[in-house]
Design a protein around this ligand. Structure first.
Ligand code: SF4
Length: 295
């Protein structure tokens, strides 16, 4: 793996961030090799050349330690937005693990988005952090069908292993749930898929599901997605062009029906799905830390 220069790794403080209440962002790696056909992070606007090649930031742990020490407020460090922190290199390099050790040492919380079950390796650290600060794990799952999963997210473990990872985390008291997005129009946007995901989430002990019934497409990302559709799903590209042309937001034509089904089934299982409830629930009980979040 290649290493690249970086001046800082943890962003400035964001109070009351509507996206899962995250206060800081952390990206140790640049690029991602999980190969999801719909990946938005490869869009030109983010300026990540050779997106599929994972690089790590040089002296990442020293930079993180310095960044954390210099923060005047504690809060939740979010990671996993532009690159999966549990890419295959993480097994050997353990940079995400090192960052969790520092997050624990300096008294911060953490919110991780991933598609990899490697996260369960760090259960010990997540439990340590949860003793003093909020911990939120978002496992992205867009289909309950492992075969379909392998087509659209080819280089990471299939959905069944992600549910198993949620189960392992939940059994140990970690607040974990499902990021159900994107739900690809004409591919994943059917009742059966959504119902199966909700049922399996419930059986795994997921505390929440946050959905997005559609996909966003722009610039080179759209071209990449369409080239994959041509290979994997015959005639699908033409369907997308007819329905969406060059639109950035491509909602599922079934979005309304799926939302009704989704909310009714989540309610029957007692699974949270509203952002404000998810934030409230995972931060609940961290009174002292919470004061500093909102001060
Ligand atoms: S895991 Fe996330 S960042 Fe990596 S390819 Fe998939 S969508 Fe992109």
């Amino acid at each position: 793996m290649e290493f690249i220069q970086a001046k800082t790794i943890i962003s400035g403080y964001a109070p009351n961030n509507p996206w899962f209440g995250i206060n800081y962002n952390m990206n140790i790696y640049k690029g991602c090799n999980h190969g999801c056909i719909y990946c938005d992070s490869r869009s030109e606007c983010y300026h990540i050349e050779n997106f599929d090649q994972v690089r790590a930031k040089e002296n990442a742990l020293a930079l993180i330690a310095r960044d954390l020490k210099s923060k005047r407020k504690t809060g939740v460090i979010g990671t996993g937005a532009m690159s999966d922190p549990y890419n295959p290199f993480e097994k050997e390099y353990k940079l995400t693990r090192g960052a969790l050790e520092l997050i624990d040492r300096y008294g911060f919380g953490v919110s991780i988005a991933t598609k990899s079950d490697l996260i369960t390796r760090d259960l010990d650290l997540l439990k340590k952090i949860a003793r003093h600060s909020p911990v939120l794990i978002k496992m992205t799952i867009t289909t309950a069908d492992d075969k379909l999963c392998k087509k659209i997210e080819p280089n990471v473990v299939p959905a069944s292993k992600r549910f198993a990872a949620i189960n392992k985390l939940a059994e140990q008291g970690i607040f974990a749930g499902v990021l159900l997005m994107p739900v690809l129009p004409f591919i994943e946007d059917n009742d059966e898929n959504i119902s199966n995901i909700i049922k399996l989430s419930h059986e795994s002990g997921a505390k929440f599901i946050y959905p997005g019934f559609g996909v966003t497409l722009r610039q080179n990302q759209r071209e990449w997605y369409y080239s994959k559709l041509e290979k994997l799903f015959p005639n699908m590209k033409a369907k997308y062009i007819k329905e969406y042309r060059n639109a950035y937001e491509c909602p599922s034509p079934n979005a309304k029906e799926l939302w009704n089904l989704f909310t009714s089934e989540c309610r029957s299982y007692g699974i949270t799905y509203k952002m404000e409830d998810i934030i409230k629930n995972y931060k609940q009980g961290y009174g002292g830390v919470q004061l500093s979040f909102f001060s």
